[in-house]
Design a protein around this ligand. Structure first.
Ligand code: NCD
Length: 359
């Protein structure tokens, strides 16, 4: 039987109304933190981090502690039974039985959904490989709302590793649900935005443009979202080095931007933003990280009470089809139901990683 809890795997499983409720809740927590100090007394959050993290893990932990709850979990799977060969299902089944909410980060696409299928409490996706990162997007929405005062009519520049950056995938999926936003994609051809994200932007009625030059794109932006080249997602060090340092935001380039353009970055930064840019009042990435803690407080608080339970699998089972994306969890956890949404006569979209395969 498929687990029935308010999991957060993909923000788009919920309505925009629900996202707005989370944002309003976070704003209230920012104004009145003392009111929420005991709101999760007696509740336990499990954090399963199969991949390194600083902000996401610690902002979730501090969020729960600031709500009065407690935390268990690991940030190094090699010190858990995972090192003995335990599969994803068993680990998450056990820890979800100990917890009231589970937060999971994993290097493989679709892992959070795979874990949620049999979990005994709500599962929050804290990043699944190069796929999605919904709570970073909630952080980004809150930052935009607080700092630009709106989530509509914005020209958003996305710069860096648009192929492997899960933060920009989730951000495009969410921001294209608000009116009249435009996306300027600034990347090399090799690290361009995946087609399935471009399709979503178009079907949501928004526009995008690909401009490979940061200098050319920057004057028209309301917000510039810089990203790290995702070294860990490349097949070889040579391929990574060939892409690294293509885009570096400098004080000089900031002179080309509008006085009200803001710079965001999910962090960690490597070399893509010169340190001197930090002193520019338009550089908001450190403030953005703090908003991440407040929106995660709102998320935990609301998920522990909501009646909404979005369906995890919406397509059909096709036991004979195998997703052609080698980075999908289906290849690692063989017991998973092979569920696809048919998008054409021979085209099937995998429900774990969202990649389309032709059969
Ligand atoms: C991002 C991530 O893990 O995807 N960081 C984060 O969660 N704040 C971006 C990155 O690792 O480059």
């Amino acid at each position: 039987m498929i687990s029935q809890y308010p999991h957060l795997i993909d923000l788009n499983d919920y309505s925009v109304k629900f996202w707005n409720k989370l944002l309003t809740q976070a704003e209230d927590i920012i104004k009145n933190p003392a009111l929420y100090a005991n709101s999760c007394n007696g509740k336990i959050m499990g954090t399963l981090f199969y991949e390194p993290s600083t902000r996401t893990q610690m902002s979730f932990q501090t969020a729960m502690l600031r709500l009065g709850g407690t935390i268990i979990g690991f940030d190094n799977p090699m010190t858990s039974s995972v090192s003995k060969g335990e599969n994803l299902k068993d680990t998450t089944k056990i820890i979800s039985g100990y917890s009231d909410v589970l937060v999971m980060r994993h290097p493989v696409m679709g892992a959070a959904k795979a874990a949620a299928l049999t979990a005994d409490c709500p599962v929050i996706n804290a990043g699944d490989g190069g796929h999605l990162h919904p709570t970073q997007t909630l952080t980004d929405l809150l930052t935009l709302k607080m700092e630009k005062g709106t989530l509509e009519n914005l020209t958003i520049g996305l710069c860096g590793d648009l192929l492997n950056g899960r933060t920009v995938h989730s951000l495009c999926k969410a921001m294209s649900c608000y009116k009249n936003n435009k996306f300027i994609m600034i990347s090399t051809q090799k690290l361009a935005m995946p087609d399935y994200i471009k399709d979503i932007i178009i079907s949501n009625g928004c526009a995008f443009e690909e401009i490979p030059s940061l200098e050319e794109a920057i004057p028209q932006l309301d917000m510039l979202y810089m990203t790290r080249i995702q070294r860990e997602r490349f097949d070889s060090q040579e391929e990574y080095l060939a892409q690294k340092d293509t885009y570096i935001l400098t004080v000089e380039k900031m002179k080309l931007a509008r006085p009200d353009m803001i710079v965001m970055h999910p962090l960690p930064r490597v070399d893509e933003i010169e340190i001197a840019v930090d002193d520019d009042p338009r550089a908001l990435y450190f403030k953005q990280a703090r908003y991440g803690m407040y929106i995660r407080m709102a998320l935990i608080w609301i998920l522990l009470q909501t009646e909404e339970k979005p369906e995890l699998l919406k397509g059909e089972l096709h036991p004979d089809l195998i997703c052609k994306n080698p980075k999908c969890i289906i290849h690692q956890e063989k017991y998973l139901p092979k569920s696809f949404i048919q998008t054409g006569e021979h085209a099937f979209q995998c429900e774990y990683c969202d990649e389309k395969s032709e059969f």
